[in-house]
Ligand binder design. Sequence first.
Ligand SMILES: Cc1cc2nc3c(=O)[nH]c(=O)nc-3n(C[C@H](O)[C@H](O)[C@H](O)COP(=O)(O)OP(=O)(O)OC[C@H]3O[C@@H](n4cnc5c(N)ncnc54)[C@H](O)[C@@H]3O)c2cc1C
Length: 391
Amino acid sequence: MNTGKIVIVGGGHAAAQLCMNLAEAGRGPDITLISEETVVPYQRPPLSKSFLKSSAESLQFIRGQTWYEEQGIELMLGAQAVGIDRESRRINLSSGVFMDYQHLVLATGARARPFPGIPPGTVNAFSLRGQADARALQTLLAEPQDILVLGGGFIGLEFSATASAKGHRVVLVEAAPRLMARAVSPQLSAHALQVQRDLGVEVHLQAQLGEPVMEEQRFLGLHIDGEFKQFSSVLSAIGAWPNQELAGQCGLVCDNGIWVDLHMRTSDPSILAIGDCARFALSGKPWLPASLRLESIQNANDQAKTASSTIMGDPQPYHALPWFWSEQGPARFQMAGLLPAVISRTEVVEGGSSGACSWHHFDGDGQLACVESVNFPADHMKAKKQLLSIW
Ligand SMILES: Cc1cc2nc3c(=O)[nH]c(=O)nc-3n(C[C@H](O)[C@H](O)[C@H](O)COP(=O)(O)OP(=O)(O)OC[C@H]3O[C@@H](n4cnc5c(N)ncnc54)[C@H](O)[C@@H]3O)c2cc1C
């Protein structure tokens, strides 16, 4: 059996799941978890959902601090890893502390991409990635706002639905011709657009944006499709960048994510990477992209399980079915599988008068490749089961 120190850098879903898997295998006392956050890993999805609806909502920890203590896991919270010396297998922290490892796992996640022209420190500009961002938005939504949401992806749409339902004026701008264009089908995009408009959100697709107008450290507004619009606050939700600098600086192969093989090993086999920061290849379908990075709870958890098996000396290749969900106002969207570049046909399954509906998308070989559902968990589960059997 493998022994030796396991250092995990990161305090999110992937890190927490890895702790759970390794602790189950009796390796808790070998683990040190280094996280720059000051609290133990917590659930991130509620931050753009229930957390924004009520200021009474608090963080949901994946495991409480005592659980880590019981497992013998050393927690280093509020600690930032700043360098890796691969030759001596040593990691150094911003505090000046050094730590030796036998296995190092990078679970550093991703960070919100800044919007060009809105400098850091702008008092009425927000993003949404961690607990501090969510708390700031909770406070913001306690007072009436005129909010500009930059980006029609999952986080922008979840936020705008909640803010609008709470009575704020929300304008959402998206550069692409449809919402969530990188991740979902045109059918689901169209449904999401209707949901937003029904909630009173002013949505601009293919929006032509001018330079943000600033007054000292305040964002005032910008031209949208030729018309100047003023706002009291702005949320930038234009995607995320992988936190790969630590890996890149020590020479690991990175390209919009830290490259890993199917066992989550980076170009240095003693260093693994998992979750939002990792780029990998999925095999099994000719139409799958050559490599991808998935930002989802499913991927973080399943890659953590794969990394655990690699560390335990029983490597199992990563081959999980991707799935995701999103809550936008009254709509709960569920997605499983991936959309092929060429969809040979789409079957629509209606769920009766409540507006529940699924789209089953088939690839060029006529095989089910992806299912997307709106408020239709029963059909979704059925189709997901089918996908699991052929994935
Ligand atoms: C608001 C929001 C809503 C979401 N909703 C959904 C959803 O509904 N469904 C879904 O499937 N997914 C959702 N996601 C995505 C999901 O949360 C992520 O895919 C998941 O958190 C990835 O886990 P991770 O551990 O890879 O990264 P993260 O959870 O981002 O954790 C990375 C951690 O590493 C720390 N870190 C980074 N660098 C260092 C360093 N050098 N030293 C020490 N610590 C470091 C960070 O501070 C952070 O704590 C959402 C994400 C956000 C932000």
